[in-house]
Design a protein around this ligand. Structure first.
Ligand SMILES: Cc1cc2nc3c(=O)[nH]c(=O)nc-3n(C[C@H](O)[C@H](O)[C@H](O)COP(=O)(O)O)c2cc1C
Length: 309
């Protein structure tokens, strides 16, 4: 079985990934949030820095990109390859209209012929492995039924399915029946993704989707970074042990943030955003987050956090 940490833009960046590796166990694969182009034809800086090998010294990261054409695909793929990576992932899942209206992310899922035309051009020139992470459709989950069988013609490394359609955004249930149908339609290694928030959720899905060995977890791991250990090893830390780990985890992240950008305001705003999720996994998390949000400096934030944990 293989468990992956999902890419969550601005959250599962290298500060988070490295701290996770240092403190928690159980993640087999880390995916970096997507690279994207600026309007001037250059690649956006933050995700470029996020995948630099020096920022990921011990982690086998799979970088991701979001593209709607061959030219921009190769600008980003060439950059990724120049850093020494052997595999990349194509984001066909981002659901936001600002993105999908431009044929980016999940915006291409209701136009299968455009996907295959792009792949026909890209695969003959591509020297790296390419996997995709996709929703089941843009407007509804049946769109994937047309796409998956045709994807068998291409040498994809894997297909990761977030079991919703894009117009749902993150609302409403995942469509497990449709995912079940998908299993028989693809010959590629298939990963299930969506709403795994506890070991119980995972156990239920594992019974439902026999034969699925690859799983990806995003928000559940942001709320409870020890979820991978709980699933892989069946261990659950006592409250105190878990809180000690959260302290260590937060210390790692703060050190990394300050090394990357000595502007303490940057570290403060980043810590507030990680803790918006992390606080959800604690019984006293709501009160804690309310106080953390008001911290005016990273030292106030740390003092309050470490006193409470
Ligand atoms: C804040 C946020 C940022 C995300 N960023 C990305 C991203 O950069 N690339 C991507 O493929 N998916 C992204 N996703 C989707 C997640 O990777 C994942 O597919 C989704 O959250 C469902 O899995 P989960 O229920 O385990 O969180 C993002 C989701 C959220 C909530």
């Amino acid at each position: 079985m293989q468990l992956a940490l999902a890419p969550l833009q601005t959250y599962t960046d290298y500060h988070f990934r490295n701290a996770h590796l240092a403190v928690f166990k159980g993640v087999d694969k880390f995916y970096a949030p997507y690279l994207k182009m600026n309007n001037d034809g250059t690649i956006k800086n933050a995700p470029k820095i996020d995948i630099l090998p020096k920022n990921n010294p011990q982690i086998a990261v799979i970088p991701q990109l979001m593209a709607c054409g061959e030219e921009e695909f190769f600008i980003m793929a060439d950059y990724i390859e120049s850093l020494g990576y052997k595999e990349l992932n194509w984001n066909m899942g981002c659901p936001y209209p600002m993105v999908t209206n431009r044929n980016l992310g999940a915006g291409i899922l209701n136009k299968p012929s455009e996907i295959f035309e792009l792949f026909d051009h890209i695969f003959p020139k591509l020297k790296m492995g390419l996997g995709i992470k996709m929703r089941m459709g843009l407007e509804n989950t049946s769109e994937i039924l047309e796409i998956l069988p045709r994807l068998n013609d291409y040498p994809l490394t894997e297909i990761i399915i977030h079991a919703r359609y894009a117009k749902q955004l993150y609302n409403g249930p995942c469509d497990h029946e449709r995912f079940q149908e998908c299993i028989s339609l693809t010959k590629h290694p298939l990963t299930y993704n969506g709403d795994i928030e506890s070991k119980e959720d995972f156990d239920e899905l594992q019974i439902k989707f026999k034969g699925i060995n690859h799983w990806m977890i995003g928000r559940g791991a942001m709320k409870n970074p020890s979820l991978f250990e709980e699933i892989q090893f069946g261990t659950v830390d006592s409250g105190e042990v878990y809180r000690n780990k959260l302290t260590l985890f937060s210390q790692h992240i703060i050190t990394s943030l300050l090394e990357c950008n000595p502007d303490k305001g940057y570290a403060l705003s980043k810590m507030k955003s990680y803790w918006e999720y992390l606080s959800e996994g604690l019984s006293d998390g709501k009160q804690l987050y309310r106080k953390l949000k008001k911290a005016k400096s990273i030292s106030d934030f740390s003092e309050l956090l470490f006193e409470t944990l």
